[in-house]
Design a binder for this molecule. Structure first.
Ligand SMILES: NC(=O)c1ccc[n+]([C@@H]2O[C@H](COP(=O)([O-])OP(=O)(O)OC[C@H]3O[C@@H](n4cnc5c(N)ncnc54)[C@H](OP(=O)(O)O)[C@@H]3O)[C@@H](O)[C@H]2O)c1
Length: 291
């Protein structure tokens, strides 16, 4: 474990940034100094019983920083990640800006931590749906080889950031009060609806969100020939994405063998027992850490 590091959270006021600050408080990483960055200052955030000012990002924001956690949109990451890396910080970027860059490792700590060694100042964090899928699939891939994945996702509005969370809450409240619903964060009304459209449409009419599952899975698992078809759907759930994953394996594997592998896998909790009406649900998994 590293000790006594200076950490910056860039995008600290957003949906992901707020969670990062919370997790930093919970974990054992020894943080000497915490710098909170966003588009503007004039705000504070709670940290270890006190308050830390939010600062507007600028050319000297990353001086003296060891680890810079980026939770901003891709174009903002593209602008500032090289600045932070030149200042000597290691950037861990949550956006899609650098994920497929061959010079940038794409890492899930439970799966391919060894890839970090090749970093040149920037490490990318995968798409949220890809992380969730691979945490469960990587141990099975290692055991029996996965040839093909058919994935369906049920993605919470939290994936669209603070604007997405606010929109579902507002539309639900307005609906209950008989008021007209306004739409801004999503393409259509999300309350009492499903929207099979996350990010822009790309090749073969898959959305970019669906293509991320294919491209990022191949990179993380070092499996360039993995066949992936993914359907991503936004659902009116506040937090916690759900997924159905169907796989074809090189070697046959029984459900019990798969459960056994998953019981010992880092970051996985096996929670299905149909005869006891037990299965994973977003209300039970939101805001839970397994480590
Ligand atoms: N939400 C998720 O579940 C999720 C999951 C995985 C990855 N991601 C990725 O993580 C990133 C952040 O997502 P989010 O959902 O947290 O977004 P968000 O809630 O909209 O937060 C955006 C953050 O970026 C800051 N910001 C916006 N424009 C800026 C600019 N021009 N210069 C400096 N700071 C700026 C905002 O600061 P202000 O308060 O000053 O506006 C805010 O702190 C995105 O790349 C997203 O794709 C999100």
């Amino acid at each position: 474990m590293m000790s006594g590091v200076n950490v910056a959270v860039f995008g600290a006021t957003g949906a992901v940034g707020v969670e990062m600050v919370k997790v930093l408080e919970e974990r054992s990483l020894s943080v000497n100094g915490l710098r909170l960055l966003a588009s503007r200052g004039e705000r504070t955030m709670k940290w270890r019983g006190g308050e830390v000012p939010v600062e507007a990002v600028g050319p000297s924001s990353f001086e003296g920083i060891d680890i810079a956690l980026f939770a901003v949109e891709g174009d903002v990451s593209r602008e500032w990640a090289p600045v932070a890396a030149r200042s000597g910080a290691v950037v861990i970027d949550n956006s899609s800006a650098f994920r497929m860059d061959p010079d940038v490792p794409l890492v899930v700590p439970e799966i391919n931590p060894e890839d970090i060694a090749a970093h040149k100042g920037i490490i990318a964090n995968p798409n949220c749906s890809t992380i969730i899928a691979l945490i469960a699939l990587a141990p099975i891939h290692r055991a029996v080889g996965i040839k093909r994945l058919v994935a369906s996702t049920y993605q919470a509005v939290s994936g669209a950031g603070k604007a997405g969370l606010d929109e579902l809450e507002r539309q639900t409240r307005d609906y209950a009060q008989g008021k007209p619903l306004s739409v801004s964060a999503f393409q259509y009304q999300i309350a009492f609806n499903l929207i099979p459209h996350i990010d822009a449409f790309g090749e073969d009419d898959y959305t970019k969100e669906e293509l991320k599952m294919r491209n990022e899975s191949r990179k993380i698992l070092h499996a360039p020939d993995l066949r992936v078809s993914c359907t991503c759907v936004r659902v009116p759930v506040m937090r916690s994405h759900s997924e159905a994953l169907t796989i074809e394996t090189e070697r046959a594997i029984s459900p019990e063998e798969a459960r056994e592998i998953l019981r010992g896998a880092p970051g996985v909790k096996v929670g299905d027992a149909a005869d006891e009406k037990k299965y994973p649900m977003p209300l039970d998994t939101a805001d839970h850490s397994l480590s």
